[in-house]
Design a protein around this ligand. Sequence first.
Ligand SMILES: Nc1ncnc2c1ncn2[C@@H]1O[C@H](COP(=O)(O)OP(=O)(O)O)[C@@H](O)[C@H]1O
Ligand SMILES: [Mg+2]
Length: 314
Amino acid sequence: MIEAAGLTKRYGGLLAVDGLDLEVDHEVFGLLGPNGSGKTTTVLMFTTLLRPTAGTARVSGHDVLREAARVRERISYVPQDMAVDIKLTGRENVAFYAALYGVRSRDRVDEVLGVMDLAERADDRAGEYSGGMRRRLELAQALVHEPEVLFLDEPTIGLDVAGRRAIWTHITDLRRRGMTVFVTTHYMDEADRACDRVGIIAKGRLVAVDTPAALRHRLDGERITVRVDRPVTPFPVDGARLVVEETDHLVFHADDAAEAVPTVLAGLAAQGVRVRGLEVEAPTLDDVFLALAGRQDEGGAFDDRRFRTMLRRR
Ligand SMILES: Nc1ncnc2c1ncn2[C@@H]1O[C@H](COP(=O)(O)OP(=O)(O)O)[C@@H](O)[C@H]1O
Ligand SMILES: [Mg+2]
């Protein structure tokens, strides 16, 4: 359904997407990466909206450059930013898309509104919808011409927990109906639950593609989360690495938590910091992401050493 070979995009001197090779077929595929890692650029090339600098991509069997119109007939794209007209009703918004795609059936409009649980509010103006409802309306619009492949760029950003859960439920339902869904996100826990496979992109390079479970199993060791009562000055811990440093909590990756915890506690005590709680867990997709893509607050700094260790474990 989606095939890329050496797909590359350069903006002037910046290599935004660097030789992407990928095949996606009848699945929910999640492209995960920090801000600026090249997710939107990738989606724009697949959806024919941006010309690749090099490489090829085929979507639904057609080349995105030479057969762009064919590709567009078969796909839908919901951008990250709002794509509904708040002055129109939900039904009018969908009917507008139906007209754009030459879909004449009124039933189809009602059907997609129903699929997205918007039937009862179809005649209210979209301006009165919650954020989650607007997102579902965008999905309804995107479904009206029965696309084979659906591209969603950060579909759950800015939504509350219930809204996010609803969107993912709809995404997995669409997959069950046979659609291929390509979705970008930086919410690792959501991707872990909802995606069949994920790809991790860092600085334009796709550094891993696998099922969430397989990726988690590539990481040995444990995650130690310590909640603290004040900011901490980072300190070295043998056999552990500080991966998250917030004012109220720290996360370490440790080869063996039982060995690392006493050193962590001693280091905190030396700074007069009170420990409010401590948890030891198995690695999450967040940890995999941190190991592969680096810390997000460093703009996705890449941890080469950690990455090479992970590759050896494959
Ligand atoms: N039109 C553009 N011109 C120049 N640089 C761009 C443009 N669009 C994106 N970029 C840069 O390309 C990189 C990838 O951006 P993007 O694909 O939007 O990443 P993401 O969606 O993962 O946040 C970033 O460094 C961004 O600043
Ligand atoms: Mg983006």
